[in-house]
Design a protein around this ligand. Structure first.
Ligand SMILES: [Zn+2]
Length: 239
């Protein structure tokens, strides 16, 4: 480590700066795109300029929803999709579907005008989508398996998009993204876990309903199982 090249954000490729470091929490937040990264302890190369003082990120405790287990394939990190919000969504979905069933029983039993059949088509589409999401949220689990040679993500048993396998040798780093969407009831914040791959390119690993402590835990744990050593180091940051 004799030449210090500026460290780039794995998400947007802009140069990371010293002011992007949160020394108390051991986190780097990209000043441009807001990507979050764990800060690795600096390797003190002999003769190298001293790295700015900072606290290496303490190990994040296991968040309540996430389970970790050793399987024959590797280390498995998993969490069920179920959250208490579903308890409000279930009666709403049942009411929505029940209304449509009632509507179509009326439309089918008499000489109903054709408009009665066609009119709620968009509502039927929403009902099907909503019902599918509710069933998936009740039953599904996301599993990330960190094997010696691969990193795998699976959602199931209800089919869902986002299943993927990445070769271990392709993975350079993990980082987190904070996504803020503006809704009717104010801003809604979600967190995503991303992989920085050789190439370079970045792909989203998981996003469904995770909170900050959960994505940071996943990032830290997966990086430690994979033994990733080329993580951001304080001495490489642009001042
Ligand atoms: Zn960035």
């Amino acid at each position: 480590m004799s030449t210090l090249s500026p460290l780039r954000c794995p998400s947007c490729a802009s140069n990371l700066k010293a002011q992007d470091i949160d020394t108390a929490r051991g986190l780097i937040t990209c000043g441009y795109c807001g990507a979050l990264m764990n800060l690795a302890a600096p390797t003190a190369a002999p003769g190298a300029p001293a790295a700015p003082a900072f606290t290496p990120r303490p190990e994040v405790p296991l968040p309540p929803r996430i389970r970790i287990a050793k399987t024959e394939r590797g280390v498995e990190l998993s969490w069920r999709w179920f959250t208490p919000v579903l308890l409000f969504l279930i009666p709403f979905t049942i009411a929505w579907d029940a209304f449509l069933l009632f509507w179509y029983s009326m439309a089918g039993s008499s000489d109903a005008p054709w408009i009665m059949v066609v009119f709620p088509i968009a509502h039927v589409a929403v009902g099907i989508g909503l019902t599918y999401c509710v069933i998936a949220s009740l039953l599904n689990t996301t599993r990330i398996t960190v094997a010696p040679r691969a990193l795998e993500v699976r959602h199931g048993p209800i089919p869902w998009r986002g299943n993927a396998v990445f070769e271990r040798s392709q993975v350079e780093q993990l980082f987190c993204k904070r996504k803020e969407t503006r809704g009717k009831h104010g801003p809604h914040v979600t967190y995503e876990l991303w992989l920085s791959l050789r190439g370079p390119r970045a792909v989203k690993l998981v996003s469904n309903g995770l909170e900050e402590e959960q994505v940071l835990y996943l990032e830290q744990r997966i990086e430690s199982v994979l033994g990733l050593s080329d993580r951001p180091m304080a001495g490489e940051l642009v001042r």
